[in-house]
Structure formats: C-alpha cells, structure tokens
Design a protein around this ligand. Structure first.
Ligand code: PRX
Length: 645
C-alpha cells in the first residue's frame, strides 16, 4: 500500500486475512462454525451448521439449526462481568447545549430488562411483532433489544416515514404493539412522531402504544390504548430472564423498497445474523476494546440495526448515537462530536460527505480529529472526489477508508476492503468479505470470468442473509433467486477489474437511491397518481451532485388539466403524506404520453436518459438505443423538448 507509512496500524496481517479468506472459501460451514463458537454465547449447540439452497424450486436458508441463544444476552449480559462499567451507548442530543447521556453495559442491562418486562406486561409473546417508530435516542436501541430478549421480532420504521407508510408496515406484519416517543428533535425542530402514530392507527383496533416522553411537547392521547413508557417502567422489575431461542427464530423484519409493488418486509433471524453483524463489525472496522465507534445512520435502516446496535454491542463496543443532523447548528457538528468523545471508528454515507465537503474545510479542521483511525462509507457509490476529501481532510491521510457494499437483504458487509490489508482505489468497494462468492452475470445469464461488468450475484449463502420476505416467500424467490438461478441476485450491477476489485455501478432495477435512501418507483408513482388531476406518471433517478440521485417525474395530466405550481406543491405534499419527507421530487415535467412497449411497459431506460439530459436533440437519438419497439416513438420528441433543468 503506497501510503502505508502514514496510515495508522491495524491488527490484521496479510497472512491472517489470506488464511481466513481461504478457510471461509474452501469450507464455509466449518469456518462459520468456528467463528460462531468464538464470537457468540450459545445456550445449546446446533446440529447442522449450514443447510442452504439457492435452487429457485427450493430456496432454503438455515444456519446453526438446532442451536439456541438469546440475542440480547449476547449483546449485554455476557459483557457484564468484564465490561459492566464500560459505556455501551453514548447519546449526543440534537442540540449541543443539551445534556448527553451515557449508558454503561450495566445500565443497558437494567433498562432493556425493564423494557422487556413492559412488553410482557402488555401481553407480547415470543413471535409477536412489535413496531418501533422512534427518534435516535437510546430507547430505540433499548426497545429493539427488549424485543430480542423476549423473542418478539421487531419492525423498526424510520422516523422520517409518514403515517401512511407506517400504517402499511404495521398492517403488513400485523403488529399490535407500537413503541414510539412523543417526538424527536432534528436540527432544532420537533418531529411529531406520536401524531403520526395516531394517524396511522386510525380505525385500527386492538393496539397498544408505548410512548417514551422525550421532547415533552403536548400530544393527543387515547385512553386504554396509549401508555407512557416512564410510567409503566415504574411498575415492572429490573430483572428479566433471557430465555433461549432457536438460531432461526425471527429477530426482526425490516421493510425496504423494490422496483415493484409495496415495500418488502425482509426477515432476519437470530444466530446467523448476529454472528455476521458481529464478525464484520470486528474485522471491517478493525475493532479494538478501547475504540469509540460512531455510525451516523438511523436505527430505522439496516445500517443502524447491524452497525449501531447488534454488531457493536455483541462485540462489547461503545456505540455512539446522535439524534441530530450533520449541519446543525453548523457544518462542523460531526467533527465537534468526534473531538468531544474521541471517536476512533467513524461510519457515514457519501451524501453526508459531499454535503459537508461543499461547506468547506474550515468546519473540519477547527476540530481535533486525531482520535480517528478508520473511516467507513456506506449506502451508495462514493465518487473519487468525495473519497479523497474524506481521506485527506477528515482523516488527515492517516485513516483507512473502507467503502462497504451491502444491502438490507445481506444483513452485513459483503464487499469491502479490510483495513491495512487491501489496496483501496477510490470509488471501489474492492474485495469480497470472508466466505462471500460474487459472480457477475451477463444478460444471457452466463457467469463472466476475470475483468468484466455484469449483474452482481452471490453464489452461496452466508450467515447474515435475509431468510424470506415476511408473509411472501414466493416474492422472495422471484425477486432474488429467479433471474440468475442458483445464485442470489443483488439488483446491482458491478464491474470487476484486473486486480479483482469490484466497482459498484448502481441499481439495475427501478430503485432510486437518493441520499442513501432506497426508494421504489412504484410507491412514488402511486403517491403522485393519487392527485385527482394526474392520469399517469413515471419517475426516474437522475444524477445529483449531493444526493447521488434525485427524482425526476414525468406526469400525464387528465383531459383539460395542466400542470401548474399549485399542482406541483400538492404532488409533493402527497409524497410527504404517503411516503415521508425523504421523498421529494426535484423536477416534475408534464408529458403528453410516456414511451411504452407494445406490451404496455413504460421504457424507463429512455426516460432516464432524457431526464439526465443525455439526449437534447434528434441528433442524439442514437443514445437512446433501439426505440423501434415503442408504440409511440413520437412521444420522445415532446419529452426531449419539454425537459426541465
Ligand atoms: O445499490 C446498492 C447501494 O444501496 C443498496 C442497498 O440499499 P439498502 O438496502 O437500503 O442498504 C443500504 C445500506 C447497506 C445497494 O443495492 N449501496 C450500498 N452500499 C453501497 C452501495 N452502492 C455502492 N457502494 C456502496 N458501498
């Protein structure tokens, strides 16, 4: 590695990593069995380490079958003897002037036990789904761990999702207990979570809502249904037995967007998921006992599940939770927090890096960042300019940068450098993790050898993989295992170079990745179409300097209607209501029609190119590829002419 003289040292040697890679590749079952014994505390030994099939006729994924464990015990109780007084969670509030909170592992044990008892008192039984709709406060992690302690799978819904989005997730997994807070704070503003819960639950009966008092603002209250967390906590014991559950017992459901239909509830189970989150946390971040680790994601996303809560806590680490935003009170907030707590491992998204880069270096350099060792990136491709700035300005050229490619479905890192060992060309996620077998397929389904570009698939199972889609195994099989039979299809395209490094090229389906948030075109279009003047719509992602992608919408109006500012505002309002504030449209173009195939399918490939400005006149139509299959090629002219910029 060319910069090795100035990069901080890491624990891994090339020889160690090489031997692990070989062991995991040659015999994954033996490798993961050894790791599972080393990293986790089991109540009983499994009989079958790996029982997996990617055959579309029989997709089956089971790890550590017959083994039992308690996930919360692994994340808390087993650390008490040696780390009882060690901070487990450091909480930094939205406002730097408000008091921070530090929960030791002993504190966490007490709080999680109490919360688990609260859930039991509400009648929650093993297997019952609990929805968590919380701000970024320790109680979000406490609620998750309390569910894990009693074997009740949680479904965390990101606080930025709307009441409608929350309701559909509550209904899909049929959860009758919702854990929320009166509100959350972001950039000095109150986010009225309780109000959203009230709207989401309108007309639904037999639910209980546990409300943590956080902001203290007035909220409406439904007697019998709503219970204050703090009041119930006083009535329950601070001890709650951690019972063993099967390795394949559901741990959580997490909803994510696909190209079609409603969001999918990916199901993760206990033993394999926890092992994989812990293992990747330790190796990818080169975790050491004295590290202070901070992942800036929200617990509502998989990154928050695996790398704020489960991975770090199972490893006995100190994990920092931040309620606020990177630019409040100013663009130096991240680095102020790094200095304040001497953060050594830092994990964020390219969109935040690009946003802060734009604000200038002064906001960074005025704070002491000498504690930093490892910088991580996740959620979207990191462009080389942002990579260089992160490395040079934030990391002062002394930190290893790990660009980690993975997904909600994968549970943990899949392609990532191991710090100190792998070369890190900016923009490449580099090498497969231990035991991961990427395959690139061409459109004919052939596996490509050597340097190539294609559909990124994985040839064999790994312990952290999602097991199914809640309530719809057929959709799971169809989405991930049917396009390239015998392998898991990620939905991403990737390029593999001569050195075997992977460069993620982005989604091959209609998913839009805006500011690291995964948004499905179908959900967005459904929200737009809810406007009474809109006949039809199609949205595509266009490149955006800060957010990676932004949303460009083409709308067809009903007869005698025309798009005006009022309708534009109303459409964005609908999106906020149906999906949430994370989904807003950058451009809305009125279109006379949409380019369609004879079978009625909208040709998004063409819309994407038009929206991105790749086609500006008829002279450029060769860029669109074959448009002869369109029923209405004349529409293209009108779309190109009407393009907004
Ligand atoms: O397109 C890839 C992109 O994010 C998608 C997964 O999104 P989600 O399930 O929300 O999980 C995000 C956090 C793991 C992927 O299909 N993606 C994620 N990480 C990277 C990435 N694209 C390029 N480089 C990455 N490091």
């Amino acid at each position: 590695m060319s910069d090795s003289t100035i990069l901080s040292p890491t624990a891994h040697s090339h020889a160690f990593v090489q031997s692990q890679r070989e062991a995991a590749f040659n015999d994954p079952a033996t490798y993961w069995a050894t790791q599972a014994k080393e990293l986790l505390a089991w109540r009983s030994q499994w009989h079958t380490t790996k029982d997996t099939s990617f055959d579309p006729k029989n997709v089956n994924i089971r790890w550590f079958d017959g083994g039992t464990l308690n996930v919360a015990e692994n994340c808390i109780d087993r650390h008490l003897a040696t780390r009882g007084d060690k901070p487990a969670i450091i909480w930094e509030p939205d406002s730097p002037h408000d008091p921070k909170r530090i929960l030791t592992y002993s504190d966490l044990h007490r709080e999680v036990s109490r919360a688990a008892n609260m859930l039991l008192s509400l009648g929650v039984k093993p297997g019952d789904r609990v929805t968590i709709y919380m701000p970024m406060i320790p109680e979000a992690a406490i609620a998750m761990l309390a569910c894990a302690r009693i074997g009740a799978p949680h479904s965390v819904v990101f606080g930025g999702f709307s009441a409608q989005a929350l309701r559909s997730r509550i209904e899909d997994c049929e959860s009758s207990v919702i854990i929320t807070a009166d509100g959350g704070m972001r950039g000095g503003k109150v986010i009225d979570l309780k109000n959203n819960v009230d709207t989401a639950l309108e007309g639904l009966s037999d639910t209980k809502v546990l409300v943590f008092r956080h902001t203290g603002h007035r909220v409406s209250w439904v007697e019998e249904r709503d219970i204050w967390w703090q009041e119930l906590a006083e009535t329950v014991a601070a001890e709650c037995e951690a019972k063993p559950f099967d390795a394949e017992h559901p741990l959580f459901i997490l909803y994510t967007s696909g190209s079609t239909g409603k969001p999918k509830g990916l199901l993760h189970t206990s033993g394999g998921y926890l092992l994989y989150a812990t293992h990747t946390f330790q190796h990818v971040f080169d975790y050491q006992e004295e590290d202070v680790y901070w992942c800036t994601a929200d617990v509502g996303w998989i990154t928050g599940h695996s790398y704020i809560v489960y991975g770090p806590l199972a490893a006995g680490a100190t994990t920092l939770m931040f309620e606020g935003v990177p630019t409040y009170p100013d663009a130096g907030r991240f680095w102020e927090i790094v200095e304040k707590y001497r953060v050594s491992l830092f994990y964020t998204a390219p969109t935040a890096i690009r946003m802060l880069q734009r604000e200038g270096d002064d906001f960074v350099t005025r704070y002491d960042r000498s504690s930093l060792r490892i910088l991580g990136s996740v959620g979207e491709p990191i462009n080389p300019e942002a990579w260089q700035w992160y490395h040079t300005v934030v990391g002062n050229k002394t930190c290893h940068l790990v660009d980690t490619w993975w997904q909600t479905e994968t549970g943990g890192h899949m392609i990532t450098p191991l710090p100190g060992v792998d070369e890190t060309p900016p923009g490449s996620a580099t090498q497969p993790y231990f035991g991961i077998r990427p395959v690139l397929h061409n459109t004919d389904g052939q596996a490509l050898e050597a340097a190539a570009s294609g559909a990124l698939c994985i040839a064999d199972s790994w312990p952290g993989q999602a097991r199914t889609i809640w309530g719809d195994h057929a959709r799971f099989v169809e989405t991930y295992f049917s396009a390239f039979p015998g392998t898991y299809f990620s939905g991403d395209a990737a390029n593999r170079d001569e050195q075997g490094n992977y460069w993620i090229e982005g989604r091959m389906d209609d998913v839009i990745n805006m500011a690291g948030h995964r948004l499905g075109t179908a959900e967005i279009e459904a929200a737009i179409n809810a406007h009474s003047d809109i006949a039809e719509s199609a949205v595509v992602g266009i490149p955006d300097d800060i957010k990676g992608q932004a949303i460009y919408a083409f709308v067809i109006m009903k007869p005698n209607k025309h798009l005006d500012d009022e309708i534009r505002t109303a459409i964005n309002g609908l999106l906020r209501r149906e999906v949430g504030p994370i989904a807003s449209l950058k451009y809305i173009q009125e279109a006379p029609g949409l380019p369609k195939t004879r079978s009625g399918k909208i040709m998004r490939r063409i819309l994407r190119k038009i929206a991105a400005g790749e086609v500006t006149s008829k002279n450029h139509y060769d860029k669109l590829g074959d448009i002869s299959t369109l029923v209405n090629p004349e529409q293209v002219d009108a779309l190109v002419e009407g393009r907004l910029q």
